[in-house]
Design a protein around this ligand. Structure first.
Ligand code: PBG
Length: 327
């Protein structure tokens, strides 16, 4: 016998029931948002080679997959449009045309699902421009911030009109939240919410996404997306987005930026999202395909880590599948 208590943290790990009781972080299907791609001119869904299990949808297959994901319990859907190559131009006209692929898809999914889910739209020009940049270019081929804001404003109004509940401006132009908020308000879309890409880094982990949207980009986005070396800068971007009227904020990518995510979550009271991007999906998928890691365990661990770091909402290509596991 001794007076000293035995300090044993392992007691709280001793059984699955004990671990479940004391777990600090939960992942619920409602917190997961499924990013989806819809392409113009396809006869059937087209697999994306670098993202096994993810496809470019036709409008019909998108509608079916959206219903399925919502039935599985996901909290929302984030749609990206892929126009025909011939429809891309310097200003991304397809982005705000009523018959642009993304706007048609939003309209169809909103008609099917109404308010049963939260329908989100990517508000960015990169899929629609023939040069692949997120904005329009000036005479020296640099991305012109303020000219781009006018295009985002038009795109945002078109997306709200098509039925999006939430817009996700992902282009990292200065002042984009204020410009879009102003345009939505002027057009009467005061209820359309903005999920600001607050800290979006210029990342190599977007590689597979560029395949997914048939990107025309030749070059990089380092003059508008953040440098991966910077942490404090994200808090400056956060202040600006909140002052401009962001309803929710996002950090992207997720896994390499959990410190940034944690900072952002500590400094705001609005909901914080994180985007587990294409490269994160592809890395885990590729290793699992080789039998090098346990796919399901790795997916759930990664999403749990993103939640633990401070995200209340996680955008992930596994959203529907993981929602099925978690129910
Ligand atoms: C740009 C956009 C990108 C992603 C979402 N929106 C790519 C980029 O900035 O180059 C990446 C998403 C992913 O990699 O899963 N509109």
């Amino acid at each position: 016998m001794t007076d000293k208590p035995t300090i044993r943290p392992r007691r709280l790990r001793s059984s699955a029931a004990m671990r479940r009781l004391v777990a600090e972080t939960e992942v619920a299907p409602r917190q997961l948002v499924l990013p989806m791609f819809v392409a113009d001119g396809l006869a059937e869904p087209k697999p994306i080679a670098s993202m096994p299990g993810v496809v470019q949808h036709t409008i019909d297959s998108l509608r079916a997959a959206a219903e399925e994901a919502v039935a599985a319990g996901v909290g929302g859907l984030m749609l990206f449009g892929v126009p025909r190559a011939a429809d891309k131009d310097a200003v991304g006209s397809g982005a705000d045309r009523v018959d642009g692929i993304l706007n048609r898809a939003l309209e169809a999914v909103r008609a099917d699902l109404g308010d049963a889910t939260v329908l989100m739209a990517d508000t960015c020009l990169d899929e629609f421009t023939d040069h692949g940049h997120c904005g329009v270019l000036d005479d020296d081929s640099r991305v012109d911030n303020d000219a781009t804001l006018e295009r985002y404003a038009a795109m945002a109004v078109a997306q709200a009109r098509a039925g999006a509940h939430v817009l996700g401006p992902s282009g990292m132009m200065d002042g984009q939240i204020a410009a879009i908020r102003g345009a939505l308000d002027n057009a009467g879309f005061t209820d359309t919410a903005l999920l600001a890409y607050t800290a979006k880094y210029a990342s190599a982990f977007y590689g597979p996404f560029r395949d997914a949207v048939d990107s025309s980009l030749d070059g990089d986005r380092r003059t508008y997306q953040q440098d991966s070396a910077n942490r404090t800068e994200a808090l400056r971007e956060l202040e600006l987005d909140l002052a401009e009227g962001a309803d929710m904020v996002m950090v992207k990518p997720a896994m390499g930026y959990l410190d940034v995510l944690s900072d952002v979550a500590d400094h705001t009271t609005v909901p914080v999202a994180a985007y587990q991007v294409s490269g994160e999906y592809s890395m885990i998928s590729a290793a699992a395909e080789r039998g090098w890691i346990d796919r399901r365990a790795a997916v759930l661990e990664s999403i749990t880590s993103i939640r633990r770091a401070g995200a209340t909402i996680v955008l992930t290509y596994w959203a529907a599948e993981a929602a099925g596991w978690l129910r």
